[in-house]
Design a binder for this molecule. Structure first.
Ligand code: FAD
Ligand code: DLZ
Ligand code: SF4
Length: 515
């Protein structure tokens, strides 16, 4: 009897722990397209197409390399619709002596995996996902006994552990973090080199047809579809990033330009999360660019920080605080998500552009997600569940382990400050500084209140006022209240009335977009 190895849709790595060192003749790999995974939120059409196409390509590559692969398509007769149901059917087909699976990325799926041992007639082994640098238990050890978790200190540990950008015991260049050099506002005509766009092959075209038929009511444009769907394409995308975009990645990491969707960003998150690219490899390559004098420190450190800092940190944070994290609501936010998150129909030009990109590309870059789309949800007090569902559904790189800490903790402060030292709240001023959105907006960013004023301005003060009790003691926010108090009651009332008048115009999202 063989060993049965289920491989989930975001485990597409040839060196996956469950495959490593295995005898091909003694193994059956099972991969499953299942209805439950496509609809636990109604994912963007491109995301489903990306996962299915990547899975089908990966299965074909494994088979080519001599593995026995049992691939279940969504449309196969008798498809049970869930991982558990499909593994049960695979056990009937192959009568394995053991099931070996790598732990799931998402809590929901991991719960299901943990029931397999009781449910199935053969032993089930769950292996750690060692594609992450920091294991769950290593993170728990690091977090244990700390009053506050901060990415910065975790990140330094990861720098020491990997030796990335280290000069002996010291950080290369004398400072750990070049964040302050990652905030150059965009120049008038900031243009980034085109990234490679991958044309759909026969496998992808078949998947596009399937998704077009079966998921027509899901959010987002299915085509044009240009994502890398194989490791080879992902490597090509990474090569192009290092050669063309990395040198300016640092300067313009926080910049936003209307209609230019990814600027100097790598666009590699989908490939990293699927398992096509190894984050540590990417970091070593980035460091090599720096050592060879082809990219400056602020770019290379910035890139490495996102991967071994933020990405690993949010993953550790997720497993430490689930399942509570999904329920957190420290600010008691209860507004329904506005409909414009799904349609892009709003006169706020920044938001309209970010939703447009999200719809067209299943992508928006970090500052758009954080400081435009996220900032609005924070200031308007949108209920965390609705915001979480939206982010999980609309981005091609979204898996709950990375989406939820970013949304619940970083954007919404719903964790009450376990992840970030303060809410990332900002007025229109920030968006105006970091983008070219405001010059052609119907609203005036310099006008603070009344009809025609940028809504972010009044929403910002309404937020500060509402959460004064919680935030005033925060040393990084406290001083802001002195400005508020100096305004005097009448001006304060104008702000609050402006904010309320604007909020009253928001149309709540209709049912059925997300679930
Ligand atoms: P680059 O700017 O080129 O960054 C390089 C890599 O660093 C990314 O590919 C990604 O792997 C990693 N990275 C950067 N920032 C983060 C971060 N905050 N957390 C984790 N990894 C990071 N990223 C996801 O992969 N999936 C998500 O579901 C997701 N949801 C997000 C939700 C919100 C509200 C916010 C603020 C951020 C979210 N991010 C998410 C992080 C980040 O926005 C994306 O990783 C990034 O935009 C992907 O584009 P890129 O590959 O061009 O990134
Ligand atoms: C995102 C996704 C989708 C849309 N469909 C599938 C699928 O049919 N089969 C599969 O194996 N994986 C899919 N995925 C990715 C899974 O949701 C992802 O592997 C889990 O969230 C990991 O815990
Ligand atoms: Fe966005 Fe306000 Fe600028 Fe308009 S004026 S683009 S709403 S920040």
């Amino acid at each position: 009897a063989p060993v049965l190895i289920p491989i989930l849709g975001d485990q597409l790595s040839r060196s996956l722990a469950s495959l490593r060192g295995r005898d091909k003749g003694d193994t059956v790999v099972v991969m499953m397209e299942v209805w439950d995974e496509t609809t636990y939120v109604k994912h963007h059409k491109q995301k489903i197409a990306l996962v299915f196409s990547a899975m089908r390509h990966f299965a074909a590559e494994l088979a080519e390399a001599g593995w026995r692969v049992d691939y279940v398509k969504l449309t196969d007769a008798d498809n049970a619709g869930s991982f558990t149901g499909e593994v049960a059917r695979a056990i009937e087909r192959h009568s394995p002596r053991e099931v070996r699976v790598v732990e799931a990325g998402e809590w929901r799926v991991q719960q299901a995996l943990e029931e397999w041992a009781d449910r199935f007639p053969c032993p089930v082994t769950i292996l750690p996902d060692d594609r992450f640098l920091c294991s769950k238990s290593e993170f728990a050890d690091w977090a244990e006994g700390r009053k506050a978790l901060r990415m910065e200190y975790f990140y330094r540990e990861m720098r020491r552990k990997t030796g990335l950008l280290m000069d002996g015991e010291e950080p290369e260049g004398g400072q750990w973090n070049c964040d302050s050099e990652n905030r150059k506002p965009p120049k008038e005509r900031l243009e980034a080199p085109e990234r490679p766009l991958f044309e759909p092959d026969a496998i992808t075209r078949e998947v596009l047809e399937l998704v077009g038929e079966r998921f027509a009511d899901h959010f987002g444009d299915l085509e044009p579809f240009h994502w890398p769907v194989t490791r080879a394409e992902a490597v090509q995308a990474a090569d192009a990033f290092f050669a063309e975009r990395l040198p300016q990645f640092g300067d313009y990491q926080d910049a936003m330009v209307h209609g230019q969707d990814d600027l100097f960003h790598s666009m590699l998150s989908t490939s990293i999360n699927l398992g096509h690219l190894d984050p540590l490899d990417l970091c070593r390559r980035a460091e090599a660019e720096y050592r060879a004098g082809r990219a400056p420190l602020n770019a290379v450190e910035g890139f490495i920080r996102q991967l071994i800092g933020w990405r690993e940190y949010v993953r550790g944070f997720y497993w430490r605080f689930m399942p509570g994290l999904a329920e957190d609501d420290a600010l008691a936010a209860d507004r329904p998500l506005p409909e414009f998150y799904w349609t892009g129909e709003t006169d706020m030009r920044c938001l309209a552009d970010c939703v447009r990109s999200t719809k067209a590309n299943a992508h928006a870059h970090h500052i758009q997600r954080l400081m435009v789309l996220g900032n609005f949800a924070l200031l308007a007090g949108v209920e965390p569940k609705a915001v979480q569902d939206w982010y999980l559904a609309v981005y091609a790189d979204a898996y709950e382990w990375v989406e939820l800490p970013n949304v619940s903790a970083m954007v919404l402060y719903a964790d009450g400050g376990k992840l970030a030292s303060k809410p990332y709240a900002a007025s229109g001023n920030y968006i105006n500084r970091m983008s070219n959105y405001c010059s052609e907006c119907r609203y005036s960013v310099s006008q603070k209140t009344g009809e025609g004023a940028c809504p972010f301005n009044a929403l910002y003060w309404r937020f500060m006022d509402r959460h004064r009790k919680r935030l005033e003691a925060n040393p990084r926010i406290g001083p802001i209240y002195r400005n508020w108090d100096r305004m005097g009651e009448e001006r304060q009332r104008e702000y609050l009335a402006s904010a309320d008048a604007f909020l009253a115009t928001l149309e709540p999202a209709r049912e059925g977009w997300a679930r």
